[in-house]
Design a binder for this molecule. Structure first.
Ligand SMILES: Nc1nc2c(ncn2[C@@H]2O[C@H](COP(=O)(O)OP(=O)(O)O)[C@@H](O)[C@H]2O)c(=O)[nH]1
Ligand SMILES: [Mg+2]
Length: 176
């Protein structure tokens, strides 16, 4: 019998409204532990996540723990803490919110300048009309195409494909 392996830790970051909570909820096989509280800034919706969303799943027999981070500037310090020991990072951006891309790039730079963690950008809302394609977003972020993928965060198949892609990147970083 093979001994049980420690869970893989993956972090989901991105601006408010990118689809982080949705992504974790879509993937998690256990009820997502989330802390929602009234936002103190005008972000266009009444509630936003101010702690993190925690979900778990099994991929090919391997336990995966997902940590969705808050998207607001005043919680930046949490990214560094959450990314410690993380195997990979998914940075989500909503494909129909290009006004948030600069913030997303700041988040990515903030994290990758502090922790060496393989990452993938997921462009959500690909099921919607008039969204930026993964190719457009790769150009914007000046990243090779394999680092950017599109998804509908409400679709389990799409969300799982993103995780598998990230795990492939972490296993074969030279092929990117
Ligand atoms: N149609 C569609 N809606 C999405 C997608 N991703 C997120 N949403 C919706 O966008 C809104 C914001 O998503 P949420 O997960 O709360 O974003 P967060 O602030 O990053 O946690 C919610 O109403 C989601 O249902 C997607 O890929 N397609
Ligand atoms: Mg959220």
């Amino acid at each position: 019998m093979t001994p049980p392996q420690a869970p893989l830790k993956l972090v989901v970051a991105g601006p408010v409204g990118a689809g982080k909570t949705t992504f974790v909820q879509t993937l998690s096989e256990t009820p997502v532990i989330a802390t929602e509280a009234e936002a103190s800034e005008d972000i266009g919706k009444r509630h936003t996540t101010v702690a993190f969303d925690f979900g778990t799943l099994t991929l090919d027999g391997q336990a995966v723990h997902l940590y969705g981070t808050p998207g607001q500037e005043r919680f930046n310090f949490m990214w560094e803490v959450l990314c410690e020991g993380a195997l990979g990072l998914v940075l989500l951006v909503a494909g129909d919110r290009p006004q948030d891309f600069a913030h997303a790039r700041n988040i990515l730079e903030f994290i990758t300048s502090r922790v060496a963690v393989p990452f993938l950008i997921g462009v959500t809302r690909q099921d919607q009309p008039r969204v930026w394609t993964p190719g457009d977003v790769a150009l914007y972020f000046d990243l090779p195409a394999p680092h950017v993928t599109g998804l509908n965060a409400t679709e389990p198949g799409d969300a799982r494909r993103v995780l598998i892609r990230l795990l492939e990147l972490t296993l074969h970083p030279q092929s990117s």
